[in-house]
Design a protein around this ligand. Structure first.
Ligand code: PEP
Length: 248
């Protein structure tokens, strides 16, 4: 029996309005979070405080990004210390959209992870290959290089969830097959066993993201190394998200 609790994250990205956030939170408040399951939703930064104050406490809240300093002249940035101040316990770091549109490097993602953990904020660390990288058969090299960016900066993995999100599956409706996802998760676990420790490899949760929806979640969840999901589009509908939460 795996010691790893099922983890479901909902990444709302830059979506929502005051009215939509209110209605989504109402829907989420009626979800029954099953035993041994952790649920965390990630609203845009501007709504994080509002969501934390109105969402039931058995659902966690994550920011979608945080910086490497506690405070100072860094216009537009948010520190994990500030998240902590609002009662926000999680942050998503290294999402492919941030790597692609904001040029975040493996090293910077690692540094942000280290700083967030030091501030007491848990991290969903995202990695994943692009379509051309998969087609060039370099998926393993890409995802282990990205994972190394994190491993180089941290020692304690207790409060880290790794999200494997193939870029070609994000927002495209093209989900990885359970076998494709499982294969990469095993690669990641083997890399952790060889380069960090067997204990971390066994205990760290590796979740899958990329077009997970109410129809495909249950089959993906049957794989022994898929410990949950990071859900984009389908996390904006409480009913669909609820089905994914109940997937295992
Ligand atoms: C994501 O952005 O993390 C994601 C997985 O998106 P989607 O579920 O919409 O593919």
């Amino acid at each position: 029996m795996s010691p790893r609790n099922f983890f479901i994250g909902g990444n709302w990205k830059m979506n929502g309005s005051v009215a939509q956030v209110k209605s989504l939170v109402e829907g989420l408040n009626s979800i029954n979070v099953p035993a041994q399951t952790e649920v965390v939703v990630s609203p845009p930064a501007i709504y994080v405080d509002r969501v934390r104050n109105n969402l039931k406490k058995d659902i966690g809240v994550a920011a979608q990004n945080s910086y490497v300093k506690a405070s100072g002249a860094f216009t537009g940035e948010i520190s994990p210390e500030q998240l902590k101040d609002l009662g926000i316990d999680w942050v998503i770091l290294g999402h492919s959209e941030r790597r692609e549109y904001f040029a975040e490097s493996d090293k910077f993602v690692g540094e942000k992870t280290a700083h967030a953990l030091k501030a007491g904020v848990n991290v969903i660390a995202c990695i994943g290959e692009k379509l051309e990288e998969r087609e060039a058969n370099i998926t393993s090299e890409v995802v282990t290089r990205q994972l190394k960016g994190v491993a180089d900066e941290i020692k304690d993995w207790t409060n880290v969830v790794v999200a494997y999100e193939p870029v070609w599956a994000i927002g495209t409706g093209k989900v990885a097959t359970p076998e494709q996802a499982e294969e990469v998760h095993v690669t990641l676990r083997n890399w952790l066993a060889a380069n960090v420790s067997k204990e971390v490899a066994e205990n760290v949760r590796i979740i899958y993201g990329g077009s997970v929806n109410a129809k495909n979640a249950a089959e993906l969840a049957t794989k022994p190394n898929i410990d949950g999901f990071l859900v984009g589009g389908a996390s904006l509908k409480a009913d669909d998200f609820n089905i994914i939460v109940q997937a295992r």
